[in-house]
Design a protein around this ligand. Structure first.
Ligand code: KIV
Length: 245
């Protein structure tokens, strides 16, 4: 699984053969330049979801429910999920949390909308924790995560993302659940992996957590291409004879 937020990138990611494309609320960071995912609105997620959906022919498309659209009020949660499904034609939605949002999950599932859970580091709850450090290192938090994972499976979620937790715990949860467990910083004992596309392609430069493997250095490629273009325009090398009418 990889994220995408726009048509052109989603098309490439889909053509390369990834199984699941997540229209993540990490769009808030990598597309909109916000420090957290909290400012993302439902309309913004729908905009990204529509763009991605148009590009994707084979991968499953999952769209994140953004902060404030599903916590606390399960009827509101259902309305938000229905808007995503109707307006983007996504295949499923993802939301963050366990027991505290189970009413919302139940209501969304009962409307026939497939739900992917998300436990461990939950960026929408950053203000509760104050840091993006590894979660569930202590026994109490690990036990809560295990209980939440079971709850999500029993409720009917089709998959769960585990973010930034000890590898041993990731493996334990993956072995315990029958549904696929997708990890990001949760070790290699889980069933699948997810990364933010801008991070794995090396477009983002400042973000370097241990779990991130960069498969390209597009920041350097893009800056190199742009500075080459500037040089060519200034020297009137571009456009040449064949590049004009
Ligand atoms: O928003 C996102 O990109 C995510 C992934 C990091 C799992 O939730």
């Amino acid at each position: 699984m990889l994220t995408s937020y726009d048509y052109s990138m989603a098309k490439l990611v889909d053509q390369a053969g990834v199984d699941v494309i997540l229209v993540g609320d990490s769009a808030s960071n990598v597309m909109a330049g916000n420090e957290t995912t909290l400012p993302m609105t439902l309309d913004q997620m729908i905009y990204h979801g529509v763009s991605v959906r148009k590009a994707v022919n084979r991968a499953l498309v999952v769209v994140d429910l953004p902060f404030g659209t599903y916590q606390g009020d399960s009827k509101e949660a259902l309305k938000s999920a229905i808007r995503i499904m109707k307006e983007t034609a996504a295949d499923a939605i993802k939301l963050e949390g366990g027991a505290e949002i189970i009413e919302s999950i139940d209501r969304i599932l009962s409307a026939g909308i497939p739900v992917m859970g998300h436990l461990g580091l939950m960026p929408q709850s950053i203000n509760r924790y104050g840091t993006y450090s590894v979660r569930a290192k202590e026994e109490e938090e690990a036990q809560k995560l295990i209980a939440d994972a079971k709850l999500l499976e029993e409720a009917g979620c089709f998959s769960v993302v585990l973010e930034k937790i000890p590898a041993k715990l990731g493996k334990q949860v993956a072995e315990m659940l029958r549904i696929p467990v997708i990890g990001i910083g949760a070790g290699n004992g889980v069933d699948g992996q997810v990364l933010v596309i801008h991070d794995m392609l090396g477009i983002t430069q400042e973000f370097s957590p241990r779990f991130l493997r960069r498969y390209a250095n597009l920041a350097e490629d893009i800056k190199g291409a742009v500075s080459h273009y500037i040089t060519d325009v200034k020297s009137r090398d571009f456009p040449n004879e064949r590049e004009q009418y």
